[in-house]
Design a protein around this ligand. Structure first.
Ligand SMILES: [Fe+2]
Length: 209
């Protein structure tokens, strides 16, 4: 697997584990969701790699191609699960549904709220947070506090507000340590308080994949 993709999976699984703890999930359920986070983007292996390393936002046509990674990943994991018992019970679901949005504007099916399985709602938050805090070909790594602010701003829009609350309840210092940086002196507003407008967000960020 592409090393950047593999590292994104490992970091997303780490953060998913922390979110599960914060949400009071434990045992086999937490282990299954965390393991599913590891392989959530496995379908990207089948995409033209130049799309994943393009040093600019994707066009709508390119994004339409990248969207197929959800169904392709689910298909790959379903095949693998037939002979590999280590594949998590949530792996197929998470690969397929981690880009669904709380408000129904995500993909591939436009599911909303509790129609989206909890595992996918948790991994969605961890996935986007990791993408924001990591360098991508089309953007630099964001400071942890800025990424937290961005995700809070999208609670009940893109993300399950319960999962957002779990994220912002985590120790910011631990997150900063994981992402190898100091804490940006942005004041984190409590859940429910409108965050600052995201005017500094790079164009095309809604197409983060
Ligand atoms: Fe993805």
């Amino acid at each position: 697997m592409n090393p950047d993709l593999a590292q994104h999976g490992v970091r997303t699984a780490w953060l998913t584990g922390r979110l599960c703890e914060q949400l009071g999930l434990e045992g086999a359920q937490a282990r299954s969701i965390t393991a599913a986070a590891l392989t959530h983007d496995v379908g990207k292996q089948l995409l033209p790699q130049e799309l994943l390393t393009k040093p600019a936002s994707l066009t709508r046509i390119e994004h339409g191609i990248v969207r197929h990674h959800c169904a392709m990943g689910a298909w790959m994991l379903r095949q693998q699960a037939q002979s590999d018992v280590s594949i998590s019970g949530d792996a197929v679901t998470v690969a397929l549904l981690h880009h669904e949005w709380w408000n129904g504007h995500g993909y591939p099916f436009g599911l909303s709220r509790q129609q989206i399985p909890l595992a996918a709602r948790i991994v969605s938050v961890a996935d986007v947070f990791d993408a924001l805090c990591s360098e991508r070909s089309y953007k630099g790594a964001w400071p942890v506090n800025l990424a937290l602010d961005y995700i809070r701003h999208r609670a009940s829009v893109q993300f399950d507000p319960w999962c957002v609350e779990a994220l912002v309840s985590l120790d910011v210092g631990v997150l900063a340590q994981q992402y190898g940086e100091g804490v940006d002196p942005v004041v984190i507003a409590p859940v429910g308080v409108p965050a600052r407008p995201r005017t500094e967000a790079p164009a095309g960020l809604d197409f983060l994949v």
